[in-house]
Design a protein around this ligand. Structure first.
Ligand SMILES: [Fe+2]
Length: 372
C-alpha cells in the first residue's frame, strides 16, 4: 500500500514508494530508500512538500510475521537434521551416540511445540528430503511431542518420549540403504532383515550407554501392535511400552502423510480416517484420541475448497475449532487467481456461513484452473 505523506509527518525508517526528484527531474533520493535523518533534513532544504511512502497493510504485516516465525522454526528443524547426520556418521565409525547431543534438538523442539505447534507441524510438510530417514525421524519426533504433551507428559518424560521418537529408526543405519530407500517391491528376505531394525536400534543405544530402559524399550516396540500383529516380537496390549505405543502410532501417521519416491502423500484428514479404520486394533484408544484431537485436520499450508467456490490455503489453526481454520483465498469462485490474497478466519462471526467442503492438492488446482 502507498500513501502520500506531508514532509512534516515523514519519520526515520519509512520506505520511499517513489523516487524523490527535484526541479527538471533531477534524481534526489531513489525509490525503496529507508529514510535516515540526513534525508529528512535534505528533503526540507530542497523544499519538498510531500513524498510517497510504502505502508504495510495488516495482511502484509501478518504475512511478514509468518515468514519470520517459519524461518526461526526452520532453524530448529535444520539443527535436528545436522544432529542426525552426525549421529549416522558416528555409528558408521563405531562411536557412541551421546545422549546430550540428541537431547539438545529435542529440547529445542519441545520449546517450539509450546510456542506454536502448528508452525512446527507445517515444517513437517515442507521438509521432505531425498534421504527421508532424517525428515521422517524429525517429523515423528514433532508429532510424538504434540501427542505426548496432550497426554499430560512434561519435563523429563516428554524429553524421553521425544528422544525415543527422534531415534526410533536409528537401527536402519545398520541396514543397507538400497534395501529400504528405493521404489522397488521389497523381497521377502530383505523384509525379514528390515524388520530387525527396532532390535538394531536398541542395541546401538545399549552400547552407547546413558539411555534409560524406557527409551530403549520404546525403540524396540515401535512396530508392535496391541492385537499382536506387529513385529519383531508380536507383543500384545500392555506388553508394549508407553513410548513405543505413541511412537508407533505417530510413525504410521507420518509415513502416510509424507512424500515417498514410490507414492503420493495422503492428506492428513484422510490419513486419520485410514488410521481410525484399522487403528483400533493396533493402538491404545487414548493415543488415538490425542492424535485426532491435536494433530491438525487442516494443517497450515494445506489447500481447501470452500462452499463459496473459492480455493484457499490454511494459514492458521483454531485449536478450539479444528474444522474452522484461518485461511488465505488463492482463487475466487470463478477460479481467478487472487493477486492480493484475502484473509479470513472461519472462527469469526463475520464468516459463520463459510465452511471447508474438502481438502484438495496442487494437482486438483491445476485441473480446476486449466478448465477455465
Ligand atoms: Fe521403524
Amino acid at each position: 500500500m502507498v500513501i502520500k505523506k506531508n514532509i512534516n509527518d515523514v519519520e526515520i525508517g519509512m520506505i520511499l514508494a517513489q523516487e524523490v526528484t527535484g526541479p527538471q527531474g533531477v534524481h534526489l533520493i531513489p525509490e525503496n530508500t529507508a529514510l535516515i535523518e540526513e534525508h529528512l533534513t535534505k528533503l526540507k532544504q530542497w523544499n519538498i512538500d510531500y513524498v510517497f511512502i510504502k505502508v504495510e497493510s495488516e495482511d502484509e504485516r501478518i504475512e511478514k510475521e509468518e515468514i519470520k516465525t517459519r524461518q526461526i522454526f526452520q532453524k530448529a528443524y535444520s539443527n535436528a537434521v545436522t544432529c542426525l547426520q552426525n549421529i549416522k556418521q558416528n555409528i558408521s565409525s563405531e562411536k557412541a551416540i551421546k545422549i546430550e547431543e540428541i537431547e539438545a534438538p529435542v529440547k529445542d523442539m519441545m520449546a517450539k511445540v509450546n510456542e506454536n505447534r502448528d508452525v512446527l507441524m507445517q515444517l513437517t510438510r515442507l521438509n521432505m528430503m531425498e534421504n527421508h530417514l532424517f525428515s521422517h525421524s524429525i517429523n515423528v519426533c514433532v508429532y510424538a511431542l504434540v501427542v505426548g504433551k496432550y497426554l499430560n507428559l512434561a519435563g523429563e518424560q516428554l524429553l524421553e518420549l521425544g528422544t525415543t521418537a527422534l531415534l526410533h529408526d536409528i537401527g536402519m543405519v545398520k541396514i543397507e540403504e538400497s534395501l529400504w530407500n528405493n521404489n522397488r517391491p521389497v523381497s521377502d528376505n530383505s523384509w525379514q532383515h528390515i524388520k530387525k531394525h527396532p532390535h538394531f536400534g536398541a542395541e546401538i543405544l545399549e552400547q552407547s550407554g546413558g539411555y534409560s530402559r524406557k527409551i530403549i524399550e520404546g525403540i524396540k516396540h515401535h512396530h508392535e501392535r496391541i492385537n499382536g500383529s506387529g513385529y519383531p516380537l508380536g507383543l500384545k496390549g500392555d506388553e508394549i511400552s508407553f513410548y513405543g505405543g505413541i511412537v508407533g502410532l505417530v510413525n504410521v501417521f507420518e509415513s502416510l502423510t509424507a512424500y515417498r519416491k514410490y507414492r503420493e502423500p495422503v492428506i492428513p484428514n484422510e490419513a486419520m480416517k485410514i488410521i481410525l479404520a484399522k487403528g483400533r486394533n493396533h493402538f491404545a484408544p487414548e493415543f488415538l484420541r490425542a492424535l485426532v484431537a491435536h494433530i491438525a485436520i487442516y494443517p497450515i499450508g494445506s489447500l481447501v475448497m470452500l462452499n463459496t467456490g473459492e480455493i484457499a490455503q490454511v494459514t492458521g489453526v483454531n485449536p478450539e475449532h479444528p474444522f474452522r481454520p484461518k485461511l488465505k483465498v488463492l482463487f475466487d469462485c470463478e477460479r481467478n487467481q487472487q493477486t492480493k490474497a484475502r484473509r479470513l478466519d472461519l472462527k469469526s462471526k463475520k464468516h459463520e456461513t463459510t465452511y471447508v467442503t474438502k481438502t484438495i492438492n496442487q494437482a486438483d488446482i491445476d485441473n480446476l484452473t486449466s478448465k477455465q
